[in-house]
Design a protein around this ligand. Sequence first.
Ligand SMILES: Cc1cc2nc3c(=O)[nH]c(=O)nc-3n(C[C@H](O)[C@H](O)[C@H](O)COP(=O)(O)O)c2cc1C
Length: 182
Amino acid sequence: SKTTALPDVKPRQSTTLIAYFTRSGNTRVVAEQLARKLNANMFVIAPATPYPADYEANVEQARRERDAGYQPPLKQRVPGFSGYERVFIGFPIWGMTAPPVIRSFLAQHDLTDKTLVPFITHGKYGLGDSVTVLKQLAPRATILDAYSQECDQERDTMNQVNSWLSRLSADSNQHELTHAKS
Ligand SMILES: Cc1cc2nc3c(=O)[nH]c(=O)nc-3n(C[C@H](O)[C@H](O)[C@H](O)COP(=O)(O)O)c2cc1C
């Protein structure tokens, strides 16, 4: 009969998507916490050609692409994108704006009538013009206030490691001098 309760064996299609881009992993930590708390699907935004692993080369390429307004091709578009109602979109701030690949993502998905929930990490200089970029490239979406968080900067870690290595080599020079005297 119709009142018999059968287990629902159909996988439930979530209407919430968490789409994010990350270089050093900070934004991924936020995305994964959202995934733990929400019944949502995950999508990693990536350019067809990865950004350089080398930090300085990445900074330089990001600057060139930003200045040229270049939108790098995506590695992949979201399968079944039209089925999502709410899209959490996460990214780091690059050069006081959204990374170029985020512009590509927004331009290549139809966000009409979707709710966009931005989550943004930065290295202490704030959101720059990234929220304006979202509004420009998703004019027909409802955009909620961005969640933002200051996270460690790769550059700070690099500088601290350099200082440590300088101290280490100063110490070992000192050590060698002491030995030479004796
Ligand atoms: C190419 C590049 C440009 C950056 N530009 C900025 C910036 O303009 N302002 C800022 O506060 N942080 C800047 N950062 C730091 C990152 O926004 C911050 O460390 C962020 O949390 C990194 O996120 P991720 O680990 O998800 O890649 C930049 C980092 C990179 C790699």
